[in-house]
Design a protein around this ligand. Structure first.
Ligand SMILES: Cc1cc2nc3c(=O)[nH]c(=O)nc-3n(C[C@H](O)[C@H](O)[C@H](O)COP(=O)(O)OP(=O)(O)OC[C@H]3O[C@@H](n4cnc5c(N)ncnc54)[C@H](O)[C@@H]3O)c2cc1C
Length: 372
């Protein structure tokens, strides 16, 4: 069966769903193809944190992209909830970053200074304990980030997809894309397990699997993240709590999400006893009374990572009609609303901001630099 859409979007994670939503909103006829279920990979595993300050090395284009997304999300989530009936559970909770030794306290100071917009405020230990009375007694310094927050990642993806459907998009689950259809260089559709789909443009949003579908070297690899969910105890945590690589996120259902490992494990997405034990030890050390609460579960997902840890968003060189939006690594949930809008503008031939060049997949197309 051959079907025609203006745009085929490959991959039903939070990025593909956001792209389908943005394109449908801009009037395109969209078909989203997902090989399994929506949000069944990284986007189903994510903690849903929105941390442009915690996840950026300093002020710059990447952090501004994150801040813009954070600023847009209240309106976006309200629109998605209203149209799709799915609540992304946006919480403007703030985030508390803590340190237990002198080196970690110095790192927090450096982080605050790296963001001259005043997004991070220094707190002493007593003020940090006022915010989170259950903190480990060794905590000696903290940063408070009032603007950051979190969503339920799978719900955000479902809400984008549901809204895209309300706007006329077709969302097809169980459709594996095997390859591109080309006329000369131009990409004009995809071959799928359900037949050929012709389209004027194709956007590959296949996360860690994107390199299989793009006719250029696209160095995106899976980086496994394991995560656990616990019952919270009283008094409930109200903000996100972060210490180095460990974080705790209080969800509306009374759970605390505790993450996350960062591992090179290929495409193996099982949680392991070693990974879970490490997370539990770190979490219970930071908030000691967690040791006595209930254990709800553990899972893992594969973050799509590029060598420079930055997304690849834009047209694919040498393949007119083909676009990629992948490689969002630790921040795909946060960056999703702006990613959708940027790709929709590019696909529909509207202007896009100059700073997006820094994230073009073309940065991987040239020959590797010669060794000295
Ligand atoms: C433990 C963990 C915690 C995280 N926490 C956060 C967080 O707090 N905040 C944040 O912003 N980000 C977080 N992330 C990162 C975030 O999950 C990712 O950046 C984001 O989910 C990437 O979305 P995606 O749509 O690109 O990829 P995915 O969610 O992996 O989706 C790709 C989709 O493409 C489909 N697909 C692949 N190949 C094909 C094909 N050939 N045909 C059809 N479909 C195909 C797959 O089935 C999959 O559904 C976390 C990740 C992990 C693992």
């Amino acid at each position: 069966m051959t079907r025609r859409a203006d745009v085929v979007v490959v991959g039903g994670g939070v990025i593909g769903c956001a792209v389908a939503w943005a394109l449908a909103r801009d009037g395109a006829s969209v078909t989203l193809l997902e090989q399994r279920e929506l949000a069944c990979e990284a986007s189903g595993a994510a903690a849903g944190m929105l941390l442009p300050y915690g996840e950026s090395a300093g002020a710059g284009v990447f952090q501004r992209w994150g801040c813009e997304a954070l600023a847009r999300l209240p309106e976006v989530c309200a629109e998605l909830r209203e149209r799709s009936g799915v609540d992304p559970e946006l919480e403007a909770s703030g985030a508390l970053y803590v340190a237990r030794d002198a080196a970690a306290a110095r790192a927090l100071d450096a982080r605050r200074e790296a963001f001259p917009d005043g997004g991070l405020e220094s707190l002493d230990a007593a003020a940090a304990r006022d915010l989170v009375p259950r903190l480990a007694p060794e905590v000696r310094a903290a940063l408070w980030s009032p603007r950051e927050g979190h969503v339920r990642s799978p719900q955000l993806a479902l809400a984008y997809a549901g809204t895209a459907e309300m706007l006329g998009a077709q969302v097809v689950r169980g459709a594996t894309v095997h390859g591109l259809v080309r006329e000369g260089e131009r990409v004009c559709g995809v071959e799928t397990s359900l037949g050929r789909r012709s389209s004027a443009a194709v956007v590959v949003c296949a996360g860690a699997w994107a390199p299989e579908l793009v006719p250029m070297p696209l160095p995106i690899r899976p980086v496994r993240g394991q995560i656990v969910a616990l019952d919270d105890a009283s008094p409930r945590l109200r903000s996100i709590l972060v210490e180095g690589a460990t974080y705790l996120v209080p969800k509306r259902d009374g759970s605390l999400v505790l993450g996350a490992t960062e591992e090179e494990a290929g495409y193996e997405r099982r949680a392991t006893p070693e990974g879970v034990a490490g997370l539990l030890a770190a979490g219970c050390s930071l908030v000691p009374d967690l040791g006595g609460t209930g254990f709800r579960g553990a899972w893992a997902g594969l973050r799509p990572a590029t060598p420079d840890r930055l997304p690849a968003v834009g047209p694919v060189p040498g393949a007119p009609g083909l676009f990629v939006a992948a490689g969002h690594f630790r921040n795909g949930v946060l960056l999703s609303p702006v990613t959708g809008a940027l790709i929709a503008a590019q696909v529909l031939g509207k202007s896009s901001p100059g700073w997006l060049e820094a994230f073009s997949p073309a940065r991987f197309a040239g020959p590797p630099p010669e060794a000295e």
